[in-house]
Design a protein around this ligand. Sequence first.
Ligand SMILES: [Zn+2]
Length: 279
Amino acid sequence: MPELPEVETIRRDLDKEVVGRRIKTVEVKGKRSIRRHKDSKEFRARLEGHKITGIRRAGKYLLVALDGDEVLAVHLGMSGQLQRAKSPKDPVDKHTHVTITFTQGGQLRFVDPRTFGELFVTDAGSVEEEVPELAHLGFDPIEDVMSWGRFGQLLAERHTPLKTLLMDQKFIAGIGNVYSDEILFAAGLRYDRMSDSLSAQEIRRLYRAMVETLTEAIKYRGSSLADEQYRDLYGETGDFQGQHQVYDRAGQACRRCRNVIVRVKVNGRSAFLCEHCQI
Ligand SMILES: [Zn+2]
């Protein structure tokens, strides 16, 4: 599932490619992708004729602002992709469920083989009602800069294993299975360390690791994993998977100490770590 660096990469590209464009027509082929709407006619009517005025990210959601104070919310789910087509004649992927055609400048297409992703239009003031998850979203590790002291306070208020806490969207927005492992390796901390057991130095290391890992991953345009389908707006894979230190590297040598990376099960998910480098 795309995490913050992948969604942020798409947000930045959308900002360059579609802001200022006016929507001419919308075509819906996959009803499941617009399941919050009673029919595709209503969905289309709320988009057609409107201009895109900005793109925000909230956790793993993309919020496309429209003139007239409405918002097109996009969640990519497991395998959703937004694709920029310069012309309607560009080859169409068979899993294309929604096609937005601009008055000038091609199309934006929503492609989603597994159909867990979705699009919906709502008025700007009701986004949090529509997606209660957004109303309770924790701080954004890239947008919301905070002091180590404040971060330490937040950690101390919880009594939760670090990996679980990093993935809790109500605590921090946008981190999932991949980046929680990479952040904890960079911080030299185990997945099962309790959040209220960290020294001042460990708190600083964790904060720095979080910001640096995510920033670096955005620079590399996100991670495309073997079994998943993250692609950017232009159909390209990310490049950060080659930089992964622990995620999906079980049995391989740690790049720092040459010990073997191990995989453990945590609440039905996998965590990857170096037991020598992470304490
Ligand atoms: Zn190591």
